[in-house]
Design a protein around this ligand. Structure first.
Ligand code: ZN
Length: 288
């Protein structure tokens, strides 16, 4: 039997390694999105807001920033860190579908578009599918930030069974966790509660009220709402003597930690470039 030619085999392996190395240096935005599609637990819905919002999908990616919202400030921070792909949970151009026709001639929109173009950035929204995958990545991140991972939980709807505390105590805990003075509460501060519903982001009053209708939701923590809908529903529920309360923590606070988790999740299947969570932060402040 003929002996294998080891030097040829060695050279061949070396060639394979080199080619592989070369492939790793040309990660495109499109490839990143392909890998996301392959790693979610649900099928990709073509009717989605999870699309490119700026830049070119065939751009070579040098690094990835995940964020709650691609603010101009976040774009600048990502650029400074050499992260040219920004994966944002919420819209870049101030409406759900990121349409900009209505903003023709607007200097803010024009400046943001120009900044993305001039700096070779690529912005991709990851909203629908990070919620639809299991576990919901946004929920997973926020539960970890809240320190509630060890408490009994129900997903969809999200209900957490906490050790007994008052609404005021829960409000204080949230104020500390999010380091924000702008948490707002409707209901009796002395109400003893244990079952806390979570409706993150701006899910709308229908799903917020649906959650509040449940006997196992005593207080509902939400991102944001129209003040004349869910807020007034809770105000009337309290007047009727129902054991209900509402805590509004702000949209960014309610979801941002999910994009911190998203950065860790992406590292499971993207290793060629650095991946970093770049927080947008809570936009609000209040007079002392
Ligand atoms: Zn969300």
């Amino acid at each position: 039997m003929k002996k294998p030619n080891y030097s040829v085999l060695f050279l061949f392996s070396l060639l394979l390694l080199c080619c592989n190395g070369q492939a790793q240096t040309t990660l495109t935005a499109e490839t990143v999105v392909h890998r996301i599609k392959n790693n979610i637990t649900t099928t990709w819905n073509e009717e989605t807001v999870d699309t490119f919002k700026g830049g070119s999908s065939d751009s070579e990616i040098t690094g990835i920033a995940t964020t709650f919202l691609a603010t101009l400030d976040v774009l600048k921070k990502a650029k400074a860190k050499g992260l040219n792909m920004i994966i944002t949970h919420e819209p870049t151009f101030y409406n759900h579908y990121d349409t900009t026709n209505q903003f023709e001639g607007d200097p803010i929109v024009a400046a943001k578009k120009k900044y993305i173009k001039d700096n070779g950035l690529v912005v991709f929204r990851f909203h629908d599918h990070i919620h639809q995958t299991s576990p919901d990545g946004i929920f997973k991140g926020i539960i970890s930030k809240l320190g509630w991972a060890d408490y009994e939980q129900n997903q969809r709807p999200y209900i957490n069974k906490l050790p007994k505390l008052t609404v005021a105590e829960l409000g204080s805990q949230l104020k500390t966790t999010f380091n924000t003075p702008t948490i707002r509460i409707v209901g009796n501060p002395e109400l003893n509660i244990t079952n806390v519903g979570l409706v993150l982001g701006a899910a709308g009053s229908t799903s917020q009220i649906r959650s509040l209708q449940r006997d196992d939701v005593e207080v509902l923590v939400i991102g944001e709402t129209h003040e004349w809908e869910t807020v007034e529903y809770v105000r009337d529920a309290v007047t009727l003597g129902k054991k209900k309360a509402l805590i509004i923590i702000g949209h960014a606070n309610s979801e941002e930690a999910g994009m911190d988790y998203c950065a860790e999740w992406l590292k499971n299947f993207i290793s060629e470039v650095p991946i970093e969570f770049v927080p947008a932060g809570d936009p609000f402040w209040t007079p002392q």
